[in-house]
Design a protein around this ligand. Structure first.
Ligand SMILES: *[C@@H]1O[C@H](CO)[C@@H](O)[C@H](O)[C@H]1NC(C)=O
Ligand SMILES: *[C@@H]1O[C@H](CO)[C@@H](O)[C@H](O)[C@H]1NC(C)=O
Length: 415
């Protein structure tokens, strides 16, 4: 038996050995597979919804008054060894960006040409990033007006200063989105003023929307249009030109909400929150869904790609561009900061850089949900507990508005 057992034991041992090799291989494969899935999952999560981390650092440590030191380097985290990337180098050297009265004159174009010459792999940059850099310092554009007409947009009258200005970033062709906003959360209310921010209705390659936009502007008087191409990397122009408009035409507004036209803003909840803020916060407000750990994405051809030769380091804490509120009195301060912060292609990151330059911290609020997953249906009861959610179709915006105002709306008490 014993003898007989040995020969039978030997092959089984071999089998076990082979099998343990198999197992080892298999588990290694599984581990690799798991790792790949995990990496893809985290990558897609970072892309889709960069993790909001609530209020930044220690809010009490920050001053509530803006200041703009002569040397911005430390403020913008440029301490230690200076990376060779263009933005970092440029920010280090930058006094102020060339100011120009007209986009025709050399200054701002020359800045772009110099940038292109200084970046070794500029030719390999995506086309829109190249376009951005070539004209990034050109920031004063005239209002776009139909031939022979004045602006249809009235200044804020001293008798009727809005408490909250709703500044909605739209694009000329997005008529339905604007109309949905006018008919719902942007409809007339005491203390509220609604404006849409747009580039030129003559697109780069698109249809000529001048006649339609002119009609809309006369009908509603709520379109602020400027004469630049309305493309993704020109969105910072809307922020800067809005701040200029506010400074001239509405300087006493308490708060400005900068928001996308596919958002739903729960105005009563937002007003309630703004009115409850401690005065020191309210004076220097920068409120929204705050990203504190965002880094540049380095996948060429992917969304929000930033080449290593352009920018090194982490992004500043910033409020998602889907919608955020600032204190109106900061408009001139932000313009001063923007003249001294090197151009960056993403409008919300750039706003974050400008606030950081002023020494002001963003305030997070979980009621701002700027990347609501499309597979999660929004209902009026959930919306009641939030301040701002996006993205929605015009149809969804109207549906939610009706539900929210229906006397029949019954919500679970825990909402
Ligand atoms: C600006 O600040 C940085 C970092 O604190 C410092 O290294 C640099 O020398 C300063 N530049 C000037 C011109 O003072
Ligand atoms: C932004 O608009 C200006 C003026 O129309 C144009 O010269 C520039 O190329 C545009 N920027 C981008 C990134 O297309």
């Amino acid at each position: 038996m014993g003898r007989g057992a040995a020969p039978t034991a030997a092959p089984s041992l071999g089998q076990v050995m082979r099998c343990s090799k198999c197992l080892l291989c298999l588990s290694a494969l599984l581990t690799l597979l798991g790792l790949k899935v995990y990496i893809e999952w985290t990558e897609s999560r970072v892309k889709a919804y960069p993790e909001p981390r609530g209020t930044l650092l220690d809010p009490t440590a920050a001053s509530s008054e803006p200041t703009l030191p002569a040397n911005l380097s430390a403020r913008l985290g440029q301490t230690g060894l200076l990376p060779s990337a263009y933005w970092n180098q440029q920010q280090w050297r930058l006094g102020t960006l060339p100011s120009e009265d007209s986009t025709e004159t050399g200054g701002c174009q020359a800045w772009g040409t110099a940038a292109a010459a200084e970046i070794p792999d500029f030719a390999s940059y995506p086309e829109d990033l190249r376009h951005f850099l070539l004209s990034a310092a050109c920031r004063s554009f005239p209002q776009w007006l139909p031939a022979g007409e004045d602006s249809q947009v009235a200044s804020c009258s001293s008798a009727d200063v809005p408490y909250l200005l709703l500044a909605v970033k739209s694009e000329p062709g997005r008529f339905a989105q604007r109309q949905a906003v006018r008919e719902t959360w942007g409809s007339a209310a005491p203390g509220i003023r609604l404006l849409f921010l747009l580039g030129s209705p003559v697109g780069k390659e698109g249809p000529d929307l001048r006649a339609l936009v002119t009609w809309e502007s006369r009908r509603y008087g709520d379109l602020l249009l400027w004469d630049f191409f309305d493309v993704l990397y020109n969105q910072t122009l809307k922020d800067l030109l809005l701040l200029t408009w506010v400074g001239h035409h509405c300087p006493d507004v308490n708060f400005v909400l900068q928001v996308q036209d596919d958002a739903f803003v729960h105005i009563p909840a937002l007003l309630g929150h703004l009115q409850s803020l401690p005065p020191t916060w309210a004076r220097s407000l920068y409120l929204g869904e705050i990203f504190t750990q965002a880094k540049p994405l380095r996948k060429p051809g992917g969304p929000f790609y930033v080449p290593g030769s352009f920018f090194e380091g982490d992004y500043p804490a910033y409020a998602s561009g889907g919608g955020y509120v600032i204190a109106g009195r900061l408009a001139p301060w932000l313009l001063q900061a923007a003249a001294r912060v090197a151009p960056f292609p993403f409008d919300d990151v750039y706003t974050g850089l400008c606030f950081r330059a002023l020494g002001l911290v963003p305030r997070g609020h979980s009621g701002f949900q700027t990347a609501w997953p499309t597979y999660r249906i929004m209902d009026a009861c959930t919306l009641r507990g939030l301040l701002l959610v996006r993205p929605f179709s015009p149809q969804d915006t109207i549906r939610l508005w009706k539900q929210l105002r229906s006397p029949k709306l019954k919500c679970d008490p825990h909402w």
